[in-house]
Design a protein around this ligand. Structure first.
Ligand code: MF3
Ligand code: CO
Ligand code: CO
Length: 256
């Protein structure tokens, strides 16, 4: 399937799905505390998505993923599986990645949380990863190219002596979870797909404190840093508008 340009009707549905995904992060935030398990976070999100939002948790059974959200703690880069055995503790960092389907359209967003008093090196990593996302978003406008996004993300992360994960990337999104194009978080300015009004895709940089290399756990899902050091990720679903970008999963307090 080629890259699709969304119709105004599709965009309206994506706005709704994006808002719902953002609302899940707002809802769960006060629960993300020392002593809660990642399975409890999953259950709360699942029930909210299904019962309150009357939407579908997109991760559940997606290619065999067993839970409704991804919970990636410390050295886990992405796709962490919620578990009763994974109880959050003081000093941990965790990414919660939420994807919902409403009326056939997807909204996908993730953010980092620090548990209690986190080390300053962890706070720095979290902040730089968010800055990488925001710098990428600033590049989204008609006529710019995907390589412009990848370049600013890579430059900022590497400039801080962090590294960018290569094996996982952002993606087109719409009536399917993962559509074309692939949105790499590294690259060269002026290269790659030219952005056009009506495209929808995610930017979701994974930034490692140490080296870029990843390791897939035997569960077939959990992706960790090979060197065991921390990783941080933030994600938004974006719409290319006539003049720039709409952040479909923006939370209150974020201004673009
Ligand atoms: N939400 C992830 C992304 O940003 C994908 C999770 S797939 C799952 O693309 F199966 F692990 F849930
Ligand atoms: Co995504
Ligand atoms: Co996601």
């Amino acid at each position: 399937m080629p890259v699709t340009i969304k119709t105004p009707e599709e965009i309206e549905k994506m706005r709704i799905a994006g808002k719902l995904a953002a609302d899940v992060l707002e809802m769960i935030a006060p629960h993300v505390q020392a002593g809660i398990s990642t399975l409890e976070l999953d259950t709360i999100c699942h029930d909210f998505i299904v019962d309150v939002q009357q939407a579908i948790p997109a991760c559940l059974n997606y290619r065999g993923f067993p839970k409704s959200i991804c919970t990636s703690v410390n050295q886990v880069i992405c796709h962490g599986i919620p578990s009763a055995n994974k109880v959050l503790k003081n000093g941990d960092i965790v990414n919660l990645d939420i994807t919902v389907i409403k009326d056939g359209y997807f909204g996908d967003t993730s953010m980092m949380f620090g548990i209690g008093k986190t080390p300053s090196h962890a706070d720095r990593l979290i902040k730089v990863a968010q800055e990488c996302l925001y710098l990428g978003i600033e590049q989204v406008k008609p006529g710019n190219r995907l390589g412009d996004i990848g370049h600013v993300v890579q430059k900022h992360a590497e400039g801080m002596h962090y590294s960018v994960v290569r094996e996982y990337c952002g993606h087109g999104i719409g009536s399917e979870f993962h559509e074309e194009p692939q949105v790499l978080h590294y690259g060269k300015p002026g290269t790659g797909l030219v952005l056009e009004e009506g495209m929808t895709f995610t930017i979701e940089p994974m930034v490692n404190a140490g080296k870029q290399h990843t390791k897939l756990k035997p569960d077939g899902w959990t992706v960790e840093t090979r060197d065991g050091r921390l990783s941080a990720q933030w994600e938004h679903t974006l719409l290319v508008t006539a003049t720039g970008v709409d952040v479909l999963t923006a939370r209150p307090g974020e201004s673009f």
